[in-house]
Design a protein around this ligand. Structure first.
Ligand SMILES: [Zn+2]
Length: 279
């Protein structure tokens, strides 16, 4: 039985066995920004006017759901030009090889996670994914702090925010929402499962704890109107979608300029609590 902070394989049993029960009808968050993930993990699609950018590709076991969601959002997966990854864990690159082969898309991953794939592939945590054949991929582009990825009308700024893994990248970009230009922000790795005592005792990486806190502080000053999550619980994706459906003409529940700082602060407090509980 996993503790509170570890990845809980048992809790994911149902998810792996019945992925179809975790489908989410894809939807536009705002302007050309779409949610195409499932109930557990986020995947975001950006229509740049000159091809698509996909951020994260979910689990290998949900690849077909992701591809179906891209179609249902109104897009052809072969028009994906760039696939970005928040970090190198199996739940964020599970469908990358498949989608890259369908589309010919260029793949992007933080430099340190590309190195992790080469030197310590066990840290991609494929053992937790119930799909033994997944392999780390070789990214076409290794991202560094401050890199900008440009396509069509979109420029995505990648900010190195290590901690959850060494190569976590957070992304910031503007989106045209009707008359307004809004900034979306995605913190690339907020999970404590790789920072908890049992994980560190098994795999090492004690220094990532300090880096995690530095990363939270590093991006705190970013002006973000739309806080995205690479897991849906981080930004309450599904609850917001429910509100959006109930009141389609009302204020967009995804637009909340105060959420970013609140999310980072809550994440920091949860981290402090974990140390207090488990050392
Ligand atoms: Zn992760």
């Amino acid at each position: 039985m996993a503790g509170k902070y570890e990845f809980d394989l048992q809790a994911h049993e149902h998810f792996y066995r019945y992925p179809q029960m975790y489908r989410v009808e894809p939807f536009a968050i705002c302007g050309g920004l779409y949610f195409v993930g499932n109930k557990d993990v986020g995947a975001h699609l950006i229509d740049t006017g000159n091809g698509l950018i996909l951020i994260d590709t979910t689990y290998p076991t949900t690849a077909s759901i992701l591809i179906d969601s891209i179609w249902r959002a109104g897009f052809d997966p072969k028009n994906i030009r760039y696939i970005l990854h928040t970090h190198g864990h199996f739940d964020h690159f599970g469908a990358t090889a498949l989608l890259a082969s369908i589309s010919g898309a260029k793949t992007f991953l933080g430099e340190a996670d590309a190195k992790m794939f080469r030197n310590r592939p066990e840290l991609a945590l494929i053992g937790d994914c119930k799909y033994a054949y997944l392999e780390p991929f070789v990214p076409d582009v290794q991202l560094r702090d401050g890199d900008c990825i440009e396509l069509g009308n979109t420029v995505i700024r990648a900010v190195s925010t290590p901690g959850h893994t060494d190569g976590v990248m957070s992304f910031f970009f503007d989106i045209n929402c009707g008359e307004r230009k809004l900034t979306a922000g995605l913190f690339g790795g907020a999970g404590l499962n790789t920072l908890c005592r049992t994980f560190l005792d098994k795999y090492g990486g004690e220094e990532r704890r300090e880096k995690f806190l530095e990363s939270l502080a590093k991006v705190k000053g970013e002006k973000v109107d739309i806080t995205l999550g690479n897991h849906t619980n981080q930004n309450h994706t599904l609850e917001k979608r429910e509100k959006q459906l109930q009141n389609p003409q009302g204020e967009n529940p995804f637009v909340d300029p105060s959420e970013w700082k609140r999310f980072l602060e809550q994440t920091r407090l949860q981290f402090e609590k974990m140390i207090e509980d488990n050392g």
